[in-house]
Write a protein that binds this ligand. Structure first.
Ligand SMILES: [Zn+2]
Length: 197
């Protein structure tokens, strides 16, 4: 089997789909043929999981459509959701010190008003963290569920900006999840800024 994009990959995928699996995992969607195949599989009731590189869910949907191969309504009708994940480094608890958030981080995180004036932890590095300032990693994420409103945005091609604007009130963007970790002292503003940018 060649890598994604090669005809050998699609042929192997097609053979796999014929085995009538309940769940199929496709490493990534890079070409129209793979896109068509996974959506045809999803349309008949199989759960298909795949991954791609994108900054958030709205942009991921935009990129899926840019791959081509399917109509917007087919994607809208068969996509259940997009989970965006980032691995972030946790601040070392031994050497973190609260201080005013540095201007570059305020800018990168898009903070304003009271939030911009808040204190958060920065690390100096110590023997415990081998002078890196980090001890371990954690995953932060956002889950974009395709609700009827989101579906309509995909169908009308109103992505990614209008789709972001139409997200339900309960939706928690990746940036908010990151900021929560910043305010709790688990993640430094510098690390959060690097993740969002
Ligand atoms: Zn340390």
């Amino acid at each position: 089997m060649s890598g994604p994009g090669g005809s050998g990959f699609v042929a192997a995928l097609r053979a796999m789909m014929r085995h009538d699996l309940d769940v199929a995992m496709v490493s990534e969607v890079r070409d129209a043929e793979t896109m068509r195949l996974i959506l045809t599989t999803a349309a008949v009731g199989h759960l298909v999981l795949t991954a791609l590189h994108a900054p958030d869910g709205a942009e991921a949907i935009h990129r899926l459509l840019a791959v081509g191969g399917v109509d917007r309504s087919i994607l809208a009708g068969n996509l259940l959701g997009v989970l965006t994940q980032r691995l972030v480094r946790l601040s070392c608890p031994e050497c973190r010190r609260p201080e005013r958030i540095r201007t570059t981080d305020v800018k990168a995180l898009g903070l304003s008003g009271r939030e911009a004036a808040r204190r958060a932890v920065y690390n100096r590095g110590c023997a415990k963290c081998r002078h890196t300032g980090f001890r371990g990693r954690t995953a932060v994420g956002e889950l974009l569920v395709v609700t009827p409103t989101v579906r309509r945005s995909i169908e009308t091609g109103a992505i990614p900006e209008a789709l972001r604007a139409s997200l339900p009130t309960g939706f928690k963007p990746l940036r908010d999840e990151l900021l929560q970790r910043v305010w709790s002292g688990e993640v430094s503003p510098r690390e959060a800024a690097m993740v969002v940018s």
